[in-house]
Design a protein around this ligand. Structure first.
Ligand code: XMP
Length: 511
């Protein structure tokens, strides 16, 4: 992994002056002055958008899907990582239900590989029935056959067992035995593996050590996926990266332990108010038990809150109290910070240190991505923007919508987005279906459930966002995200226009 692009150094007086400008403001209050463009084409393949997610994780695209139970499970996390961002699997499972979240992480980690270090394996004396069951369960069409000592005996594919009576037949009778396989001894680079697979016309390459013990498996599918998705966020083994949220109380440490075992790349300890004693205890316990495992903490929206999390040794911080689409915190408590002020405050607190700032919530139009990334975010986290997509959990429901022009009613497909602190999400987490109404009201919801139009694949949305961000970079007179940030922070006044009410209407009101 290449080193993360550091946020530019900010001159203290420049930072203070910008903070005065943005006090009380959010994305729609600003528009950016165009600069002389220096890029020949706004080509997402040529413009570097890489950024830091956290101390040790770099993304090629500054986009993170939110840990919400109507947004990120494995399908969303896979698309996000394939497109160069990352997804954070929510913890919206009932307490004690750690396993379902772990399974989501495992699905992402098994979606693609460089070398599959632990391929599904079966014993030669197992029955074909067992092999078929393992293939069905794991949705994998190739099993490596190994003896009790882990020595490679052969390979069994779904074609080998098709149309064969399963009852009494053993795996050893149908597998391609080791002496007919092309096998590589020792570790292999993807390039070497590809060369060998092309030369020997094979699709699977088992790796063994000098004693014949299985070290891993390389597949041609994985190699071509790596090529097709050059910006994907991958770990050192070529697997997609994924994060998972654990909360700050209850089963969070046990949850973290299981998620780490499953190969999660970063954990997120997020609570509504991250500048709190609850967070302090959670972070201290986490570090005591898991050492330097990558962890993002949040949410905060003030310089004091940001410094607090840095002092607790967070590798990344989530910034945003109240801007989220499914969020009612500001209405119900009158606390929060308009998101641009929050970002500038937190950026000034973090400086150019290695801690990643994630601008979390309130990004409703693609143009706001550039603002979030310039005013302080290393990356951005989005929930509502991805909520109606095919990869988001939940069913599509059709609702009647009245067309104002014709007065006719049409059926429109919707999906649900719900705040993680909404009554609906809390009820599901707590399993309080039977609790009486008063008890539920005592919970004090700070979120709500909203319907969002169903809107195709998240992949299309990410790609459009990325294109628009490249256009922002071109308008900003830079050749990369890092370059645009440098120019912006050198002289924010050359970029920042605070809009009048009519300016804002002219910019954003349509229809
Ligand atoms: P967007 O605007 O992209 O924001 O939908 C996603 C972020 O919203 C936050 N979130 C909540 N905030 N009550 C809140 O105060 C809630 O119930 C809630 N649910 C989600 C969260 O930070 C998410 O990433």
């Amino acid at each position: 992994m290449k080193p993360p692009a550091a946020y530019p150094k900010i001159v203290a007086s420049t930072g203070r002056a910008l903070l005065d400008v943005v006090r009380g403001c959010t994305f729609d209050d600003f528009i950016l002055r165009p600069q002389k463009s220096i890029v020949a084409r706004r080509d997402p393949a040529a413009i570097d958008l890489s950024c830091r997610l956290s101390r040790r994780i770099v993304l090629n695209r500054p986009i993170v899907s939110a840990n919400m139970d109507t947004v990120t499970r494995a399908p969303m996390a896979i698309v996000q990582a394939e497109e160069g961002g990352i997804g954070i699997i929510d913890r919206g499972f009932r307490p004690g239900e750690i396993e379902p979240q772990v399974r989501e992480v495992e699905k992402v980690k098994r979606a693609q590989h460089g070398v599959i270090a632990d391929p599904y394996r079966i014993a030669p004396e197992a029955s074909l029935e067992e092999a078929a069951a393992m293939m069905a369960r794991s949705r994998v069409g190739t099993l490596v056959v190994a003896d009790v000592d882990g020595r490679l005996q052969g390979i069994l594919t779904n074609r080998d067992i098709r149309f064969v009576p399963k009852g009494a037949t053993r795996v050893a009778e149908r597998m391609t035995p080791r002496d007919q396989l092309v096998v590589h001894e020792g570790p292999v680079t993807p390039e070497e593996a590809e060369r060998l697979m092309v030369r020997r016309k094979i699709k699977k390459l088992p790796l063994v050590d000098a004693t014949g013990r299985l070290l891993g498996l390389v597949t041609s599918r994985d190699i071509s996926r790596q090529r097709q998705l050059p910006f994907a966020t991958r770990d050192a083994h070529g697997r997609l990266m994924v994060g998972a949220a654990i909360g700050a109380t209850g089963d969070y440490l046990e949850r973290a332990a299981e998620l780490i075992k499953a190969g999660v790349d970063v954990l997120v300890i997020d609570i509504a108010h991250g500048h709190s004693m609850v967070m302090q205890r959670a972070m201290e316990q986490f570090r005591k038990r898991f050492g330097d495992v990558e962890v993002i903490a949040g949410n905060v929206a003030t310089a004091e809150g940001a410094r607090f999390l840095i002092d607790l040794s967070a590798d990344g911080i989530k910034v945003g109290i109240g801007p989220g689409g499914g969020c009612t915190t500001r209405m119900t408590t009158s606390f929060g910070v308009p998101q641009v002020q929050a970002l500038v405050e937190c950026r000034l607190a973090v400086g150019d240190s290695a801690v990643g700032v994630i601008a979390d919530g309130g990004i409703k139009r693609h143009g706001a991505l550039a603002l979030a990334l310039l005013f302080g975010g290393d990356s951005t986290m989005l929930g509502s923007a991805f909520a109606g997509t095919e990869e988001a959990p939940g069913e599509v429901v059709h609702k009647s919508v009245l067309l104002p022009e014709s007065g006719k009613s049409v059926k429109v497909p919707f999906k649900v987005l719900r705040g993680m602190a909404s009554i609906e999400a809390i009820r599901d987490r707590l399993d309080v279906e039977d609790a009486d109404k008063v008890e539920l009201e005592e919970i004090g919801a700070e979120g709500m459930e909203v319907s969002v139009p169903a809107r195709g694949s998240a992949r299309t949305i990410v790609r459009e966002m990325v294109k628009h961000l490249c256009s922002s970079i071109s308008y900003g007179g830079a050749g990369s995200l890092a370059g645009l940030r440098e120019a912006f922070w050198k002289d924010p006044s050359a970029f920042v226009i605070k809009q009048s009410d009519s300016g804002r209407r002219e910019s954003y009101d349509r229809g």
